[in-house]
Design a binder for this molecule. Structure first.
Ligand code: IMP
Ligand code: MG
Length: 177
């Protein structure tokens, strides 16, 4: 058990389970983008650890870029997504792979969708390590999902609770009272 601020969390996914999910995703990406030079577009802060791991496993040429968005306060999505750091390169005509740590309500994804539509990308796919199907309210297709998880608040592997927990190499879930 671990404590972050006022909440307790219990072990949920091991590093081995996470790595196996990432290996599978990498296999698919290496197959689907063979011979292309995709742009991996990570969503900060949460996706930094997953982005690093998945990009290390990509065998071809690629570029890496990041945007920063935020909507979460504590353990809840506010629904109001803010762009904190925008795109600093043109994605026109490029194949883009959006890298998310987790897709929850889909609000963040919808916001990025709007940004990318204006960019005139050749195509773009959504890659997320974790997906909460019960919380998802949008219709944007999630092309690559590492793991589907129940609608519980998790931390670790890049995900935080009010800034803490991002460094944990395993995933913990909020302890039920
Ligand atoms: P959405 O906009 O509701 O889909 O939420 C997406 C963002 O909220 C993610 O990129 C995370 O940064 C954050 N988030 C969603 N669920 C969790 C969670 O269970 N733990 C920590 N952060 C989360
Ligand atoms: Mg995030």
């Amino acid at each position: 058990m671990i404590q972050l601020h006022d909440l307790q969390f219990e072990p949920y996914l091991s590093e081995k389970e996470i790595n196996e999910a990432i290996d599978k995703l990498a296999e698919q990406l290496n197959r689907d983008y063979e011979g292309d030079t995709p742009v991996f577009l990570g969503v900060l802060n949460g996706a930094f650890m997953f982005a690093s791991e998945i990009i290390k496993r990509f065998k071809g040429d690629c570029e890496v870029s990041f945007v920063k968005l935020g909507s979460y306060e504590g353990t809840r999505s506010t629904g109001d997504v803010k762009t904190l750091l925008g795109l600093n390169q043109s994605l026109k005509g490029r194949r883009v792979v959006l890298i998310e740590d987790i897709v929850d309500t889909g609000n963040t994804l919808e916001e990025i969708n709007e940004i990318l539509k204006k960019e005139g990308v050749a195509d773009y796919k959504v890659l997320t390590l974790f997906f909460k199907p019960e919380a998802y309210k949008k219709s944007i297709k999630i092309d690559y999902k590492g793991m589907e998880i129940p609608n519980k608040f998790i931390v670790g592997y890049g995900l935080d609770y009010d800034g803490l927990g991002r460094n944990l190499t395993e995933v913990y879930k909020r302890k039920e009272q």
